[in-house]
Design a protein around this ligand. Sequence first.
Ligand code: FCB
Length: 459
Amino acid sequence: MIRKLGALGLGLGALWLLACAYFALQEPDLRFSAEDLRRPLPAWPPGFLWGTATAAHQVEGGNRNDWSRFEDEPGRIAHGDRSGLAVDHWNRMAEDVARMRDVKANAYRFSVEWSRLEPREGGWDDAAFGRYRELLSLLREARITPMVTLLHFTLPQWLADRGGVRAPDFPLRFAHFAGEAARRLGREVDLWCVLNEPNVHMYLGYVEGVWPPGRKSPAEAAEAFAGLLRAHALAARAVRTHDPGAQLGVAQNLIVLEPGSRWSLPDWLLARGAGDAFNWAFYDSIQAGRIRLRSPGFPTLDLPLLELAGSADYFGANYYRRDLVRLAPGAPGFFEIRAGPGPRNDLGWEIYPEGLLRVLRQAWARYRMPIYVTENGIADAKGDVRPSYLRAHAYATARAIAEGVPVKGYFHWSLMDNFEWAEGFAARFGLYRVEPGTLDRIPTPGAGAFADLAPPQGP
Ligand code: FCB
C-alpha cells in the first residue's frame, strides 16, 4: 500500500514538473542583453506612427462627468486631488501641438470627451465639436496623424445616473455618440480607438471598486463586460457608416502575468487563468463573435453578438508592467498578485521591457491583426529613468517587427504630466514636466530620447 502511494506520489510529482516545464517552454523568461540595448535600432517601416497619447479628462480641464463626481467623494483620489483645470490642454492645444513637433512626433492619440459633446442626452455642443476640429486642423498642419479615442473611461453624468456601462441602453447611446463624432470629425480622422481599456474599466470600477462607480460585484462586472462589448460592436458599425475608410480597434491594458514560482503548477494555472480573463477575453470575444467570459468567481457568459464579427481592424496594446501571481489560500480568491522582481517605477509597477515583446508576439499569434502600441510609459517624477525606458521599449517594438509582427505604430504615454486617475497629479508620466501653478511645459530628458528614436520626417 505504502509502495503504491509512493509510486502515485512520484507519478504526480513527475506530471507536475512536466506541466511546469511545458508552460515554462511556452513562456521563456526573456532577457534583453546590454548589447541588445546598445545596438542602433533598425529603421522603422515606412508609414510607422511615432506619437504620444493623452486622454480628455486627464489633460483638458473643466470636464464634468462621472469621474469629477467621484473626485468629490472624500478619500477616493490620492492627496485629495481633483482633475479641476487638469493641465489646461483645452486652452493650450496649439502650444501642445508645437511641443509634439519639437519631439518629432508624427502621430497623436487623444480622446474626445463624451460629456462635453453631449452634455444633455441627445443635445450636441457645436462649440465643443468645433474645438476638436481646431485641434485636428492644427495636427494636419503639423503633419501629425490623429488617432481618436471615443471612450477613455469617463461617462456623462446622465448616463452614469442610470447605470453607466451596465445601463441597458448604454450600447445604443454610445453608438449614437460615436456615429455623431464620426459624422462631424471623420473627414480628418481615419484611425479610431473605440474604447480604452474596457478590462481596466471593468476591474477597477466593478471588482476592486476603486474607480467609478465604486462597486465590488463580480455579477455587475460581468454585466459591464457585456455592455462594453455590445457598445464596441454597435459603435464600430456607426463609425463605419459615417466614415467608410475608418480603421477601428480597442486599446487593451496588457499585464504580463507570471507564476510566483516557475515550479508551482497552481501558480502557472492561476497566472494563465488571470491572463486569459484580464488580457484576452475582450478580443477573444470579438474574434469569436460571441460575448465570452469564463473566469472563476464570475458568472460565465457565452452569448452570440453578430455585430462583433469584423468590428476591429487592429489590436491596441497598452503595456506597462509585469506582475507575479501566486496561490495564497488565505487571500480572497485564493491568490495574490505582486509586482515582478525587477526595478520599479514611481507607482511600484515593474519596469520590464521584455514584456512588451512578449505581449506583441502573443497578440499577433492570437488574432493575426495589425497592432498599435496604443500606450506605453513610465511614472518617473525625476525624469531620469525615462530615456533608458523608452529605448528599451522601442527596442522591444523593433524586435517584434523584425520577427514579422505587424506593429504599425507606438504611442508614448504621455506627452505631458497629467491627472493620473485615483493616483492624482503626483504620478508623472510626461515627456514634458508640467509645473504646478504656471502649468508650463518643461522638457524632461525623455523628450530628447523620444525625438532621437523618431522616424525621419518628410521634407
Ligand atoms: C492607462 C490608462 C491611461 C493612463 C495610463 C498611465 O491604463 O489608459 O489613461 O492612466 O494607464
